[in-house]
Design a protein around this ligand. Structure first.
Ligand SMILES: *[C@@H]1O[C@H](CO)[C@@H](O)[C@H](O)[C@H]1NC(C)=O
Ligand SMILES: *[C@@H]1O[C@H](CO)[C@@H](O)[C@H](O)[C@H]1NC(C)=O
Ligand SMILES: *[C@@H]1O[C@H](CO)[C@@H](O)[C@H](O)[C@H]1NC(C)=O
Length: 235
């Protein structure tokens, strides 16, 4: 083994080791996500903009991304902790629904626990602590309030700016019901999701990464969800 390589490998181990320590002055840990919250996110992927309402509801095992594409379609991405996700549109848009099954559930509140601390940066006019996780997300948290401010999916370059963050907000029960056509046999069936569809969901990308299943993340970010990765849960 060449010495320069050995040296950088050892530094890598050293950095990994020191940065994974628990909260102290130099290496703070990110705040756990609240058990329930509502956030409004402005997201940008290569100039394509969307506004996402994120309703995280850990005690009830569910998570919702309601995605308004700029001057376009409103998409509902309803994710259950049992691995089933419903991805649909409602009237006045064309009634479509796709059902996916993932082998992991929704994000745990402590999903950032093993993130690697990168230090402080200014972002969106907030002084932030910054972490990266699994080489694919960089996450910015306000130093003062410890609320998330911003994140970047490193592979796709998609950015999210957190506009509101309401701790404890819960979406009314009736809104968590997927429409009846999600349960019929006539659902729209696209083998490959379009670029603006479910693969861009904050949570789906993260759910995949949680298990460090990088290949799946890369595949999905490239718009190629494999047949054996995501399959219909309804025949
Ligand atoms: C969106 O991101 C692109 C780079 O991918 C950038 O050029 C553009 O200014 C961004 N738009 C907004 C509204 O932030
Ligand atoms: C998961 O839960 C949802 C909501 O209760 C349900 O509609 C879906 O069928 C469940 N999926 C599985 C695989 O049990
Ligand atoms: C499904 O499609 C079939 C054939 O096109 C049609 O007869 C049936 O009414 C449809 N069912 C629903 C629930 O839309």
């Amino acid at each position: 083994m060449h010495l320069p390589f050995l040296f950088s490998f050892l530094s890598f181990l050293f950095i990994q080791n020191t940065s994974s320590s628990v909260t102290d002055g130099k290496n703070p840990a990110p705040a756990d996500w609240p058990m329930q919250f509502h956030a409004v996110l402005f997201m940008n992927r290569s100039g394509i903009l969307q506004k996402t309402d994120l309703w995280y509801d850990w005690p009830n095992g569910r998570n919702f991304n309601i995605i308004q594409h700029q001057l376009g379609v409103l998409n509902y991405d309803l994710e259950w902790d049992n691995g089933t996700s419903f991805y649909y549109t409602l009237e006045p848009f064309e009634k479509t629904c796709k059902v996916f099954h993932f082998d992991v559930g929704i994000l745990r509140p402590d999903w950032l626990n093993d993130a690697n601390y990168l230090g402080q940066r200014n972002q969106d006019s907030f002084l932030c602590n910054v972490w990266e996780k699994a080489d694919f997300i960089t996450y910015y948290e306000d130093v003062r309030t410890r609320r998330p401010v911003y994140w970047v999916f490193k592979t796709s370059g998609m950015t999210a700016h957190v506009m509101t963050f309401e701790v404890g907000a819960v979406l009314d029960h009736e809104n968590w019901q997927a429409p009846v056509y999600c349960f019929s046999e006539n659902r729209t069936q696209n083998k490959r999701p379009s670029k603006d569809s479910e693969i861009q969901s904050f949570n789906v990308i993260n759910r995949m990464s949680m298990r460090n299943n990088r290949q799946r993340v890369v595949n999905s970010l490239n718009g190629v969800i494999q047949e054996n990765d995501v399959h219909k849960s309804v025949p």
